[in-house]
Design a protein around this ligand. Structure first.
Ligand code: IPE
Ligand code: IPE
Ligand code: MG
Length: 254
């Protein structure tokens, strides 16, 4: 009886959150939004906001690892973000390289797999090289998998997948009647990974902005008005608390 309650977390009278460690989301995906507004509120250039956002990544990865999350996907640059001024795009690319260089040892020591999703062939070579090298050097690690979504778009991912499937059919490796959800999933950039349980978007926007369209069919969504640079470990706990107090029915009946 009340078996489902076991999955819940609780909150004490003093407001402190007690998460249920048996029900930590396996895969958390975050739309790291609000860097620009964070900077604007402080009369600082947008790039300073992006820099501050990198600091949040460091803290949140550590906390997710500590909590036992297995996969974390971070939306860092969308296929639409190329529309931004050249200077901002270039600053973001520089920050990425700097982040990978600066954080590599610490991440590797913590057993993190530094993976990427998205079409990184369109990124400047200095970025794609660093990403490939970081992945090669960490792919055998056994800790949390960090997916950096770069030049990522859910629609592009589906288009790429459809093309690969069509090619497999043309080559006689696959039959049309054998296409099912598993086949599609295995042609996404997230092949072999569980779908995200929880999608977090700070900054007050409540939209997907082309993130993980195929994978989020049954994800739980959590929004917050806090801008990404200010997103704290305690905000992460609040998101997981809410997640643990929801019923995931997947179309069935509890
Ligand atoms: C998210 O912050 C970072 C990227 C999209 C690269 P924004 O730069 O979108 O910040 P806002 O939305 O302008 O505040
Ligand atoms: C989504 O944020 C992409 C990333 C956080 C990388 P945007 O700021 O680009 O999204 P919109 O334009 O507000 O939808
Ligand atoms: Mg934004």
């Amino acid at each position: 009886m009340f078996n489902f309650l076991k999955k819940r977390s609780t909150i004490s009278d003093d407001g402190s959150i007690h998460l249920n460690y048996d029900n930590i989301p396996k895969h958390i995906a975050i739309i790291m939004d609000g860097n620009g507004r964070w900077a604007k509120q402080r009369n600082l250039p947008r790039t300073i906001g992006h820099k501050a956002g990198v600091e949040t990544i460091r803290r949140i990865i550590k906390e997710c690892d500590k909590l036992g999350v297995k996969y974390i996907t971070l939306y860092a640059f969308s296929t639409e973000n190329w529309k931004r001024p050249k200077d901002e795009v270039s600053a973001l690319m520089d920050l990425l390289v700097e982040y990978l260089k600066k954080e590599f040892d610490e991440l590797n020591k913590s057993n993190v797999v530094i993976n990427h999703i998205g079409d990184i062939s369109k990124l400047p070579e200095r970025c794609s090289k660093e990403l490939i090298s970081a992945y090669e050097r960490t792919k055998d690690n056994t800790g949390i998998v960090m997916n950096l979504a770069l030049n990522y778009g859910g629609r592009s991912e589906i288009i790429d997948g459809v093309k690969k499937i069509a090619q497999d059919i043309k080559d006689g490796k696959l039959k049309i009647e054998d296409i099912d959800e598993e086949v599609i999933s295995s042609h996404m950039y997230t092949k072999g990974m569980p779908d995200p349980d929880l999608i977090i978007r700070p900054s007050g926007e409540q939209r997907l902005s082309n993130f993980l369209l195929w994978q989020c069919a049954y994800s739980e969504f959590w929004y917050s008005n806090i801008n990404w640079p200010d997103f704290s470990e305690s905000d992460l706990h609040k998101a997981i608390y809410d997640y643990q107090n929801r019923d995931r029915r997947f179309g069935g009946i509890k």
